[in-house]
Design a protein around this ligand. Structure first.
Ligand SMILES: *[C@@H]1O[C@H](CO)[C@@H](O)[C@H](O)[C@H]1NC(C)=O
Ligand SMILES: *[C@@H]1O[C@H](CO)[C@@H](O)[C@H](O)[C@H]1NC(C)=O
Ligand SMILES: *[C@@H]1O[C@H](CO)[C@@H](O)[C@H](O)[C@H]1NC(C)=O
Ligand SMILES: *[C@@H]1O[C@H](CO)[C@@H](O)[C@H](O)[C@H]1NC(C)=O
Ligand SMILES: *[C@@H]1O[C@H](CO)[C@@H](O)[C@H](O)[C@H]1NC(C)=O
Ligand SMILES: *[C@@H]1O[C@H](CO)[C@@H](O)[C@H](O)[C@H]1NC(C)=O
Length: 583
């Protein structure tokens, strides 16, 4: 009856430009486990020659002569945790007789992290307490803010309504509160009065309560910090727009200390350093002998501590340890997998369409060019800069791969960390996608059929489309591809295009065999492209998932059976109750 009704629908003529295959957000193949694909080896060879040339470049935008750095490209693959590493020691450092630190960089060399510290701070919170309190007002845990919350409601321009600021708002730069107090960017802490007046600022009376009595030196203590906050205007009301705040992470640390009754440093060691075996990571005061210190300790700001603001940017670590943290995050070593997945999601968009903000991630959307498909990859990044140091942790959860980049030099060119990530990404991202596709092809591609011959299908991969393609899907003599796509589309004249994508759902049986679920997109290859439309989309596949069921079971859901060695035994179409063995 339904099919008859569908037949009555008049189909439109095939448009000139057809919509690309549109996967749901997430990996389109399982993450690669080995990295010996020729595409990847070519990419790594290119990186080796690109970085070799770069390390001789003394131009102002590179400064290889006095800028040292360490890079690791790491993976969650148990057999291949490290894909690529590169260490450049600036000749100026190697030849220096004065440095208090190392003369050669390697995976264990300790750099300062700056704001990459914030990842450790949020990670510590999540391991200690999960995110159940993230919608609680921060005033519940920080009495100094509870005491002044009323002012923000009476005078929204002049004061932050602290009881509207949640724990999660602070972790995701959504509090709207002041960025720093007294410390970074406070001109009165950096120059004397005659200099600032010369620059056009009015003189401030020394008893003016808005003149920070502390900041860079002496550091503000907790009392002074909260007194200072009273004089600061909010940038925005909470949850208006992302606005970077260092103070938020200091306040988070106070809150966790009051919840757990331990110092923040103790909790970070207990929750992160010890379980992950980090031997070259320091919350404060790292030993110079393990560090890279270009120039004097003072010039490099090696010993400078942020004090109460430590949770926002004080830490020290090595690329080896940063990679260990990145792997642990993506493997959910310390958190429940569902919490990790929630953590690796955006909290807010930004004014740049390909960028959003997380906890405390900067998220970048990478588009992989596919002739007949859409493929968006989200990168979770956190960068930092302090003294002579620059840092970056990048996570590509779709591949279980990330980059750790640490840089040291007296005059690091602007954006050096992201420039290195650009070089790594340009080579590795397309190669990782190709490696994942090749792995999927080797594992899943082929003909599948049941013993009676009622059901069969073929799986393939194509370089110009995402996911596994389903072809020749036949059920009891019927072309199931056309039926499935017509039912999903709601009209009959379709050119079926069905692609399968991993869901991450996996059941391991007691005997070591596994069931692994994939989701299909049931698409009409004749559907029109709507590129550039204001509201219409040609990539809304998340809306149509599981839109057709047969006896409760989804027509777009398939489950692979894998043997103990991980080899594919069969595929099951849930709706058809059909198990087809791989030939
Ligand atoms: C690396 O690849 C890029 C982009 O494909 C290319 O422009 C560049 O010449 C290559 N570099 C080397 C050293 O092979
Ligand atoms: C460092 O010491 C070596 C030998 O100890 C000496 O040859 C070199 O000139 C010194 N370099 C500097 C920059 O002082
Ligand atoms: C203020 O700082 C400038 C620049 O560092 C310096 O030349 C000047 O002597 C200082 N003035 C006072 C009063 O300390
Ligand atoms: C600074 O402020 C105090 C208190 O308001 C006032 O007594 C004093 O005259 C002011 N000093 C200057 C130099 O304006
Ligand atoms: C903070 O410093 C001030 C002096 O600037 C002092 O009066 C106060 O007791 C200190 N508070 C704490 C908590 O150490
Ligand atoms: C196959 O189709 C025939 C009718 O064409 C039907 O009688 C039979 O039950 C079907 N078998 C299966 C396993 O679907």
């Amino acid at each position: 009856m339904l099919i008859i009704l569908l037949l009555l629908v008049v189909a439109a003529a095939a448009p000139a430009f057809t919509a690309p295959n549109c996967p749901p957000l997430g990996p389109v193949y399982e993450p690669p486990l080995t990295f010996t694909s020729p595409t990847l080896l070519t990419a790594i060879a290119n990186l080796t020659s690109t970085l070799t040339a770069r390390d001789l470049d003394t131009s102002a935008s590179i400064r290889a002569h006095d800028t040292s750095y360490s890079i690791e490209v790491f993976s969650t693959s148990p057999s291949n945790p490290l894909i690529f590493s590169w260490h450049h020691t600036a000749p100026a450092l190697a030849q220096s007789n004065a440095t208090a630190g190392v003369r050669r960089t390697d995976a264990d060399t300790v750099y300062r992290l700056g704001s990459l510290t914030k990842v450790f701070t949020v990670y510590t919170w999540l391991v200690q307490d999960g995110d159940v309190r993230w919608n609680d007002p921060i005033t519940k845990y920080v009495p100094e803010l509870a005491a002044v919350a009323e002012r923000g409601r009476e005078d929204p321009v002049g004061s932050t309504p602290w009881d509207e600021v949640t724990v999660g708002a602070l972790a995701s730069q959504m509090s709207g509160a002041i960025r720093d107090y007294g410390l970074l960017g406070e001109v009165t802490q950096q120059m004397n009065q005659s200099t600032v007046v010369g620059y056009g600022f009015p003189p401030l009376n020394s008893s003016d309560p808005t003149l920070p009595p502390c900041g860079l030196w002496p550091l503000c203590n907790r009392t002074e910090f909260f007194n200072g906050l009273l004089h600061s205007y909010p940038s925005y009301a909470p949850f208006t727009t992302p606005a970077y705040t260092n103070t938020g992470f200091q306040i988070l640390a106070y809150a966790l200390e009051s919840i757990k009754g331990k110092t923040f440093e103790e909790m970070m060691k207990e929750s992160i350093f010890r379980p992950l075996g980090l031997k070259h990571t320091y919350y404060s005061n790292a030993p110079a002998s393990e560090g890279i210190i270009p120039g004097t300790r003072e010039d490099a700001a090696w010993d400078y501590q942020l004090g109460e603001e430590n949770p926002a940017g004080n830490m020290y670590s090595s690329v080896g340890d940063i990679s260990a943290v990145g792997r642990a995050i993506m493997r959910s070593t310390l958190l429940r997998p569902s919490l990790t997945r929630r953590w690796l999601k955006p909290a807010a968009l930004t004014s740049e369409p390909i960028a959003s903000v997380g906890y405390p991630w900067g998220i970048r959307r990478i588009t992989l060019p596919l002739e007949n498909g859409k493929r968006t990859l989200d990168a979770y990044n956190k960068a930092g800069r302090i003294g002579y140091y620059n840092s970056l942790l990048n996570l590509l959860p779709d591949y279980g791969v990330g980059f750790s980049v640490l840089i040291a030099g007296p005059s690091i060119p602007g954006n050096a960390n992201f420039n290195l990530a650009d070089i790594l990404g340009a080579q590795l991202v397309p190669a990782l996608e190709a490696a994942a596709r090749e792995q999927a092809d080797a594992k899943f591609s082929g003909d599948y059929a049941d013993a009676t011959g009622y059901w069969s299908l073929r799986l393939t991969t194509q370089a110009d489309r995402p996911g596994l393609g389903i072809e020749n899907w036949v059920s009891n003599g019927t072309d199931m591809q056309t039926t499935a796509v017509a039912l999903a589309a709601g009209y009959t004249s379709v050119r079926p295009s069905i692609r399968l994508y991993p869901t991450g759902l996996e059941t391991v049986r007691a005997d070591g065999t596994r069931r692994v679920a994939f989701k299909a997109s049931l698409e009409d290859g004749n559907a029109p492209s709507r590129a550039g439309s204001m509201f219409s989309t040609d990539c809304g596949s998340w809306v149509t998932l599981t839109s057709v069921t047969y006896g409760t079971q989804a027509l777009d859901q398939f489950v692979f059976d894998l043997d103990k060695e991980g080899k594919v035994v069969s595929i099951e179409s849930l709706a058809l109750r059909a198990v087809m063995k791989k030939r």
